[in-house]
Ligand binder design. Structure first.
Ligand SMILES: Nc1nc2c(c(=O)[nH]1)N[C@H]1C(S)=C(S)[C@@H](COP(=O)(O)O)O[C@H]1N2
Ligand SMILES: [Mo]
Length: 528
């Protein structure tokens, strides 16, 4: 027997039992692909972000238990979304193939299964926080196209084969095979074209990029010149200013929210004397400031790179809250993004005079869409998950007792002050270095408290003070370097920092969950 022969179903003719399984499977995959491609085109044309694929992926992200999410970030880092899309593609191919095979055997059951699959996608679209009835249109169109195409293509695939006796095994050959392959080829071509057109339309969705370009011209953004003395420029170390394209990205959005600056507004409500609604120009008119601030993720492991430092341009959050006048018994602000993500931030942190900003510029350019265009929050001294809401559209002045924010319902702490930490950038772990003077260098951070000292030790020896670079404020990370007289052999380097208010970084090791990792970054090197 060969792989082109399926097992006979009771009551089916011998010729049916000798039909290969792959043509209906291929038909199922292609019908589904065409339907989803049509959905992408229509979503792009309508300027909708929710396609069936995107909505299912986002629901999946929101429904996955936190341990699995943490594992995915661990395994794939910032490629976690690519990994999810690849995983979804594999599942879709398998489902499409199964539906095709089922349709060849029992047409109504197969078509019902395909309809059920799209029904699940429609439910996912409907459950997205920002979805409206119009967001269902692409998914409905997918069904309108995919179901008839499935029936038609499987019909062609399942036509009785011309049995070719010259072949060692029965195969689909002759006119019926050619006709199926032509139909399959046309469907595949249309699906590919649809996918490309959908992407092209999607890329320009709502003209958000144009909106960014307009701002670059109309708003006075600073040149992101690095202050003198902050960058030690050690070979192989990270630059003090993180280039925008290298800045880490963490969020739950599979398709980024697309909001034009001219359509954006911010609503401040809840426990306030005055409800405030600001549009983009209204926000800008409050007065822009430029600040160097370091942002990091609570999921960052010891030695990890979910941290970046940039020049942010924006409006102090305190200025906006002052217009609203929070009630005396309020202690928190729940911020909400356009796609429904939330963060809970202590009210006193937002009003104690630190540079907590509604940022609209990053490193001298308009905020990139992935980093929250048109407006995001950033609060020095707090991890991103409790403060740095991207695509922010709403502030609700409230009490911590009265709400739970996105990550707090998933096992992370309610409060997320940044823990003092330090990292060795060079030499890299398991590097081979030459004996002699070796520059050991890296960064340390304790935003808003400041770094007073960084110490390095070798093989559990005495702690030695590193030389610190300058910083413009206590709100950024601080570079350090220490000249090591390296002797041949394997050595273990460790770093710890001391804050300006006297806290010595603990060597106790803790995982990122629930409120940030601790422990000394340790690097082992081979000196030759
Ligand atoms: N709307 C929205 N804002 C968000 C998030 C999110 O998932 N959605 N993630 C937060 C987290 S956990 C971090 S660490 C920072 C990361 O900001 P960045 O992607 O600009 O580096 O954004 C925060 N703001
Ligand atoms: Mo984060």
């Amino acid at each position: 027997m060969t792989d082109s022969v399926t097992a006979a179903e009771p009551g089916t003719s011998p010729s049916a039992s000798r039909r290969p399984w792959w043509p209906p499977a291929l038909a199922g995959v292609l019908a589904l692909a065409l339907g989803l491609a049509v959905a992408e085109v229509i979503a792009g044309a309508l300027g909708r972000a929710e396609t069936p694929v995107v909505a299912v992926g986002e629901e999946f992200i929101d429904l996955t238990p936190s341990w699995l999410k943490d594992l995915a970030i661990d395994l794939f880092g910032t490629n976690d979304k690519t990994a999810l899309l690849v995983g979804m593609a594999v599942v879709l191919v398998a489902l499409g193939a199964a539906i095709g095979v089922l349709t060849a055997r029992r047409r109504t059951a197969g078509i019902a299964a395909a309809a059920a699959l799209l029904g699940v996608a429609a439910l996912a679209v409907w459950s997205r926080p920002d979805s409206t009835g119009a967001d269902l249109v692409p998914t409905i169109a997918a069904g309108v196209v995919a179901l008839p195409v499935l029936s038609w293509l499987v019909g062609k695939a399942a036509q009785p084969p011309t049995v070719d006796d010259a072949q060692p095994a029965p195969r689909l050959t002759g006119p019926s095979r050619r006709s199926f392959l032509t139909a399959a080829g046309v469907t595949a071509g249309l699906a590919a074209a649809g996918g490309l057109i959908g992407r092209a339309l999607g890329a320009r969705r709502l003209g958000v990029e144009e909106s960014r370009d307009d701002l670059a011209a109309s708003i006075d953004l600073p040149r992101p010149d690095v202050p003198s003395g902050v960058d030690l420029v050690v070979d192989g170390a990270q630059p003090w200013r993180t280039p925008t394209q290298d800045f880490y990205r963490i969020d739950t959005a599979l398709s980024v929210p697309l909001v034009r600056a001219e359509d954006w507004s911010l609503r401040v409500h809840g426990m306030v004397e005055n409800e405030v609604e600001l549009d983009y120009q209204g926000l800008v008119d409050l007065g822009l400031v430029d600040r160097w601030l370091t942002l990091n993720c609570v999921s960052n492991e010891v030695g990890g790179n979910l941290i970046g430092n940039a020049l942010w341009t924006g409006v102090p959050i305190a200025d906006v809250l002052a217009l609203a006048v929070p009630a005396a018994d309020a202690d928190a602000v729940l911020s909400r993004s356009q796609d429904g993500w939330t963060a809970g931030t202590p009210l006193d942190v937002l009003t104690d005079g630190r540079d907590a900003l509604f940022a609209l510029g990053m490193n001298g350019g308009p905020l990139p869409v992935e980093h929250g265009f048109p407006v995001r929050m950033i609060v020095p001294g707090l991890y991103g998950y409790v403060s740095a809401t991207k695509w922010v559209v709403e502030l609700e002045v409230s009490r911590f007792d009265d709400f739970e924010a996105y990550w707090t319902t998933r096992g992370w702490a309610e409060r997320g002050p940044v823990k003092v930490a330090s990292r060795i950038d060079v030499p890299r772990g398991s590097a081979d270095v030459e004996a002699g003077t070796v520059a050991v260098a890296g960064v340390a951070w304790a935003q808003h408290r400041g770094i007073a000292a960084v110490q390095v030790r070798v093989d559990d020896g005495d702690w030695a003070d590193a030389r610190l670079a300058d910083v413009p404020s206590s709100d950024t990370w601080r570079q350090w370097v220490w000249d090591w007289d390296a002797e041949p052999g394997e050595h273990r380097l460790q770093v710890r920092a001391v804050t300006a208010d006297g806290e010595v970084q603990t060597g106790d090791e803790a995982q990122p969950v629930p409120d940030g990792a601790t422990g000394w970054h340790t690097v082992t090197v081979d000196v030759g």
